[in-house]
Design a protein around this ligand. Sequence first.
Ligand code: BGC
Length: 432
Amino acid sequence: MIGDLKWGVTISAVQTEGAYKKDGKGISIWDTFAKNKSKIKDRSDASIATDFYHRYKEDIDLAVHIGLKIFRFSISWSRILPKGTGAINQKGIDFYNNVINYCLSVGVEPWITTYHWDLPQELQDKGGWRNREILFCYENYIKILRDNYADRVTHWILINEAIVCIGAGYFLGIHAPGKRGIKNFSAGIHHILLAQAKGYRVLKKEKGLQVGTAISCTKIDPYTKSLKDQKAAKKIDALMNRLCIEPHLGMGYPEKDLPLTKRIEKFIEDGDMEEMKTNFDFWGIQTYAREVVKSAWYVPYLGAMLVSPKKRKVPVSIMGWETYPEGAYYFLERFSKYNPEKPLWLSECGMALGEGEDDQKRIEYYKRVIEGAKNVLEKRINLKGILVWTLVDNFEWAEGYIPKFGIISLDEKNLDRTMKKTAIWLKKKLSS
Ligand code: BGC
């Protein structure tokens, strides 16, 4: 049964490409952000990363060797449009053409993510996702991608995890562009979701495309059975798991359970919520961790806070996250209730280990994901496949190179790749 699922791998531009100003690429907000060393745990940056820009063939070959059938990568907006709008950088277009053509030549399906958090700096200088003009910039960027790649790429993911992008980048300030505050968040959320809706329509002008979105999902449980904690958990659940899908389903923002969404109202213009409705061809579920929430009246806007996994004495990964592969089953089932027909993908799942930790832990993690997927299939939920996060250890955003999510390790000095136990195990599993 599990054999009917398609397996693939996911990477993103900032985390892997390097070559951050080569061949005409413009500067992105992550290039700028990582220059401020205090923002990145190991004081590293992504200027070289895994050097995918030069080693894409080797990486795609490795994916094929393992038996993975899908290669999902993201496009760096500033490699295509160095200033975000205006002149196109042909060398940027060529690079992704090479990646796509190479995938096809070795029999792996290329999937495109159009945006994985790396806004061109020039657009950020004009306000980034806070500024409504971004809608037209994104639409224009998507047209360029469609006109260049839609003849060969059928599966597209528009925005990768809008909630993390705007939550970490515009509310908490822990990711690029490092902005904080409820105003930035409210404007950013509305604009990124609306941009995604527009992007969907642009891509669907080309026949035969499958266009979806990738949604970050975190299992939320209340700390105690008290009504207060339950209400707090419901609020955080609405924020983390509903805010970025329900407006697309025509359900509006989840205002009843998450009153702070009232603040979004002032950014909504006539017709926006109608335009927001988007019948994506598939949903990508991405899940890693579980959080436990308790009521905390003193926390601004939310009145809720997380109870750390350490305090709860549960196993955590090097990310500090509770290891919770069961979230995959939980969310696939939950999303299927919105619409049982909708094709679902587990478009990211994985576990980070620290230097020297036994890779067997990751194998156990994936085994539990597979158990969940079996249950999902038994329930006739429309799961199509699983994409592994990620191929090669890479730049883990503000955590630098400390957490290692790859099924292949990277020698940080010479950038050599070596299959880890997980990759060898997966290869066996996929060939049996
Ligand atoms: C992101 C990846 C990230 C992974 C692990 C996902 O939310 O899409 O870019 O590396 O989580 O943190």
